[in-house]
Design a protein around this ligand. Structure first.
Ligand SMILES: [Zn+2]
Length: 309
């Protein structure tokens, strides 16, 4: 009983400290914050962008709205899908159904669309700076918008690649063309693709999977390690006393240890850095960063427009 009370008090103190941190940074009005960010963009020697699902949502990729409902109507009827996120976890009974759905999903969310305006604007914002991108997003938006591929590290895989489902070997296969063939051959009565289009592992002959970090079999190939190393090298080369601007977009608390917490820590340990967190809901930092921490809880499109003005 006594122990429980102490734990509750500690939790309350912790929650209070978080609220307090947010109150302090909230003293600025949004327009003041945008002026500060503009100034920081001009003054900073390094800009590191961290991006999560919230950025692609803000960019207009519709996961549950009218466009989703129109494009996925047959799947919604047959499988009772609610949105494009939870539908990705549906246990399809056959590979024919699974790849019909996934090729459609990937075409809708990535292959069949160009760079979104928001990503293009972000590119224009940082293209003349010494920037680096780290992301948990698995679409190709940063690549399509013109960012240098040598400056993009994505941790959680990609819609464009398949791997052996049981990771029997460490290689990825670009499936873009084959996905298009699958989409073009979906039988809309059965919601299946022809059996001959089902991917098979070229090594063990078993099932293939999209290279997304879903289980312990996620394949990190040579290129994955190269790009993780690339980012580490970028960070190592940051010169002392130079200014760093961390721009974090739409990263929630699903997998905060990949980008969000490291950004908090970087901002805390490097006193020449600023962390700008674009997030509607999860606004706290795990450290006390005072005036070097700014939260923008406005739609990212509007925020970027205002910063570019
Ligand atoms: Zn295999």
């Amino acid at each position: 009983m006594f122990n429980n009370s102490i734990i509750i008090i500690i939790i309350l103190i912790y929650m209070f400290s978080l609220t307090n941190t947010y109150k302090e940074i909230n003293n600025y009005s949004l327009s003041e914050k945008y002026s500060i960010i503009k100034k920081l963009l001009n003054e900073s020697d390094y800009i590191i962008i961290g991006a999560g699902a919230g950025l692609s949502t803000a960019a207009g990729l519709d996961y549950s709205g009218p466009k989703f409902q129109k494009e996925f109507e047959p799947w919604i009827k047959k499988y009772n899908f609610k949105d494009l996120y939870t539908s990705g976890f549906y246990p399809f009974q056959t590979e024919e159904e699974k790849w019909a759905y996934w090729s459609k999903h990937i075409y809708y969310d990535d292959l069949g669309i160009d760079a979104a305006d928001l990503y293009k604007k972000l590119f224009n914002l940082v293209k003349n700076h010494n920037y680096y991108i780290v992301t948990t997003n698995v679409d190709d938006q940063f690549y399509k918008a013109g960012f240098d591929p040598e400056k993009i590290t994505r941790y959680q895989g990609s819609y464009s690649y398949l791997q052996c489902k049981r990771a029997c070997h460490n290689k990825l296969y670009n499936y873009n063309e084959k996905f298009i063939e699958m989409v073009n051959n979906i039988d809309y009565n059965t919601l299946k693709i022809p059996s001959n289009l089902i991917p098979k592992c070229p090594v063990c002959g078993g099932k293939m999977e999209i290279n997304l970090r879903m289980d312990q079999y996620f394949v990190q190939d040579e290129y994955w390690y190269k790009m993780v190393h690339n980012y580490e090298e970028f960070l190592k080369k940051i010169e002392e006393n130079k200014k760093i601007l961390l721009l974090e977009f739409g990263i929630g608390l699903m997998t905060p240890s990949i980008i969000r917490y490291p950004f908090d820590k970087m901002a805390y340990t490097n006193k020449n850095s600023y962390l700008i967190r674009f997030n509607l809901d999860n606004k706290e930092s795990i450290y006390q960063l005072d005036e070097r921490y700014i939260v923008i809880d406005e739609d990212i499109n509007i925020a970027i427009e205002k910063i570019m003005k």
